[in-house]
Ligand binder design. Sequence first.
Ligand SMILES: [Cu+2]
Length: 110
Amino acid sequence: MHHIKSLGSFLLITAMAWNLPVQAGEVEVTIEKYEFHPPEITIKKGETVRWVNKEKRQYHSVWFEGVDTLAPEYFFPDESYERTFDQPGDYPYRCGPHEKMRGVVHVTDE
Ligand SMILES: [Cu+2]
């Protein structure tokens, strides 16, 4: 997973250096020790958030209760969950099996 993160940074720096518009990107949130890092993020509409499970053994899920009736499947260490946000708004979420794990995605209208 580290190489993907590094590649993202490289592309961002390259785009800035050439003064090109940065493409709608992907933002990473890691899950470790029963917490989302960072728990609160702001993205632009059309961007994708990827949650990466960096635990040693523990599974988690990312459940947008206000949007989805059913909790999604768990994902395990080294697996990830992705979601693209096309509508501006505030999207709180939690982990299905661990109610105290919470985060929020703020989506701006660019
Ligand atoms: Cu969890």
